[in-house]
Design a protein around this ligand. Structure first.
Ligand code: SAM
Length: 224
């Protein structure tokens, strides 16, 4: 059975590149995953297909109306699927969550635009998630980031499954520094140990590098 991604978006064409290129394109082609895009403008009932309106209480911009969006959600989401609203004020999306969601049959991601959603939409979803402490114009780029992070953990999406266990965050540490040819790039040389052929020494060096790099770049991970 394919892993199922459903995305609710007012701008489905933004997903064109993701659908056709690289590993996600291949995973779709082999039906390891499916990706269904739903534009909830089709669920607006007035003649202008209105999906947003001015905020009660005043303020800048427009807010996404709850009715067309929730009607769309009810119509398209498979029974029992996990529904996730994308919002800068959600809980932080991290590798652990990607690992958890990769165990499900699928997820539904809801992309906001404008000033975001009418608050009442939150009562109709399972989770509210942010991809970081910054504000995007819309949820589509966040949805694509989550689709990539989850899809690459599914069996058959990445050619070499071993690369998943050695990656950053797999065990709470960042990855060790990697090198390839040439051995000397403008005076920057590859560490001798990597050319030694001594696999025990290489493994020791890599672990020491992972700890040092995590301490320097992300001390919060070591504390955790
Ligand atoms: C311009 S933003 C709305 C920002 C909102 N007024 C606020 O201050 O939190 C429009 C939409 O982009 C998406 N978005 C923006 N930043 C995001 C982030 N860091 N993580 C997830 N989604 C994000 C959300 O779906 C949001 O509803």
């Amino acid at each position: 059975m394919s892993y199922r991604f459903d995305v609710l978006t007012l701008f489905p064409a933004l997903f064109d590149g993701l659908r056709h290129e690289s590993l996600i394109g291949k995973a779709l082609e082999s039906q390891t995953i499916t990706l269904e895009l739903h534009n909830w403008r089709a669920f607006a009932t007035d003649r202008h297909s209105t999906v947003d309106d001015a905020p009660f209480g005043g303020g800048a911009g427009l807010v996404i109306k709850p009715d067309p969006l929730v009607h769309c959600l009810r119509a398209v989401v498979p029974a029992g699927a996990r529904t996730i609203l994308l919002s800068p004020s959600g809980r932080r999306f991290e590798q652990k969550l990607a690992q958890e969601w990769a165990q499900l049959p699928g997820i539904t991601l809801i992309c906001g635009r404008y000033e975001g959603f009418d608050h009442r939409v939150e009562a109709h979803v399972d989770d509210v998630v942010s991809i970081g402490d910054f504000v995007l114009n819309g949820g589509e780029v966040a949805a694509m980031a989550i689709i990539e992070a989850v899809a690459r953990l599914l069996p058959g999406v990445i050619g070499n499954a071993a690369s998943l266990t050695e990656e950053s965050f797999a065990d709470g540490l960042l990855e060790y520094p990697q090198y390839t040819r040439p051995r000397d790039f403008e005076g920057q040389t590859v560490p001798d140990v990597l050319l030694s052929g001594n696999h025990a020494e290489i493994a020791k060096w890599r672990l020491a590098q992972r700890i040092a790099r995590t301490r320097a770049m992300r001390p919060d991970l070591l504390k955790a």
